[in-house]
Design a protein around this ligand. Structure first.
Ligand SMILES: [Zn+2]
Length: 157
């Protein structure tokens, strides 16, 4: 169960929760705070007369709203899933560099005798640039791929 799903459920029901919702609450301070807030609001709404908000409750609502807004504005590139995906993808980088080095070595060893050096250098530069661009686009697309999968996941739940 993720935080978003549970917090939506808590807005309707704070007491009769499923076992996995309880398990999540036991280890997530953010959802526990959300539950407390939902309970307080429920208590407040259950009263007969319209009471003015207690200062402490008002302060808590403001603080939680600010935290939620700050969290929403956090650049997606610093989210944990993106860092994890980039870290895993970076493991392939030494392999790509070794492969590039191997191909350039082979190119020079086999064609050095027949082709002029500027042409070989030009081919090498084009090769390195195209591989660099491909890898750059691949790594730059990871945050978007993660964001897309999160959105699909959120819509499915
Ligand atoms: Zn949570």
């Amino acid at each position: 169960m993720n935080c978003r799903t549970l917090q939506r459920r808590l807005q309707v029901e704070t007491e009769n929760l499923s076992p996995d919702a309880r398990a999540h609450l036991a280890e997530c301070p953010e959802c526990t705070a959300h539950r407390g807030l939902a309970r307080d609001l429920g208590t407040l709404l259950a009263r007969e007369e319209a009471a003015p908000l207690a200062d402490a409750l008002l302060l808590r609502v403001e603080t939680q709203a600010r935290v939620a807004l700050d969290g929403a504005q956090l650049p997606r590139i610093f989210r944990r899933e993106v860092v994890l995906a980039l870290g895993l993808a970076a493991l392939a980088l030494p392999l790509a560099l070794a492969q590039g080095w191997f191909w350039l070595q082979t190119l020079f060893l086999t064609l050095e005798a027949w082709l002029p050096l500027p042409l070989l250098a030009g081919i090498s530069v084009a090769y390195v640039a195209s591989v660099g661009l491909s890898l750059g686009f691949l790594y730059a697309s990871l945050p978007f791929a993660v964001a897309y999968s999160r959105r699909i996941q959120a819509e499915a739940s």
